[in-house]
Design a protein around this ligand. Structure first.
Ligand code: GDP
Ligand code: MG
Length: 176
């Protein structure tokens, strides 16, 4: 007899400077596509994907929220973070500016997201290693500071993308 899976839904919001590849990361995860000309503003809102964690007998529905480009104006409304269980903070490994901004984003979100919200820090565009400005260890240190998980991804080469979302799902289920 197969055991019933427990079902949970978690809200994951993506933040980080415009252009770091948030929308592209989501598209890779949800649809396995890569668009080198990802239009800067899509509709925003959320899309969902289920992750089955066999070992934990749980089906996790990830509700993945993208911005509609408001991050350009640092004007993400509080509603965006409301009831988020996870905040996925992105920077691109080729830009120091985006890395510095990641810290600012975390600080800003800490005031707006629920206190129990967890952070995952993601260094994007790892395929552009020859232009790398941010060493992996620095990303890891930032994550450690905020008790966050960490990963590097390439949506282009499809490296590390599934892992980010699966680790988020797993971490959540392990801590509830
Ligand atoms: P957003 O503003 O954070 O949502 O960023 P976008 O998803 O719109 O991506 C900005 C640009 O970065 C687009 O031209 C993407 O094609 C490009 N991009 C996104 N992810 C990657 C990646 O993993 N590798 C490379 N080389 N380019 C990427
Ligand atoms: Mg976008």
């Amino acid at each position: 007899m197969t055991e019933e899976l427990k079902e949970v839904t978690i809200k994951v919001v993506l933040i980080g400077d415009a252009g770091v590849g948030k929308t592209t990361l989501i598209n890779r995860y949800l649809m396995d596509t890569f668009d080198p000309f990802e239009p800067p503003t899509l509709s925003g809102g959320f899309r969902t994907k289920d992750v089955i964690l066999e070992d934990l007998h749980t089906k996790v529905t990830l509700q993945i929220w993208d911005t509609a480009g408001q991050e350009r104006f640092r004007a993400l409304v509080e509603n965006y973070y409301r009831e988020a269980q996870f905040v996925l903070v992105c920077y691109e490994i080729i830009s120091e500016e985006s890395f510095d901004a990641a810290r600012n984003w975390i600080e800003e979100v800490k005031d707006k997201a629920p206190e129990e919200a967890q952070f995952f820090i993601c260094g994007t565009k790892s395929d552009l290693n020859d232009q790398r400005m941010i060493q992996t260890i620095h990303g890891m240190r930032l994550a450690k500071e905020y008790n966050a998980q960490f990963g590097e991804t390439s949506a282009k080469k499809n490296n590390g993308v599934n892992e980010v979302f699966e680790e988020i799902a797993k971490k959540y289920v392990e801590t509830i």
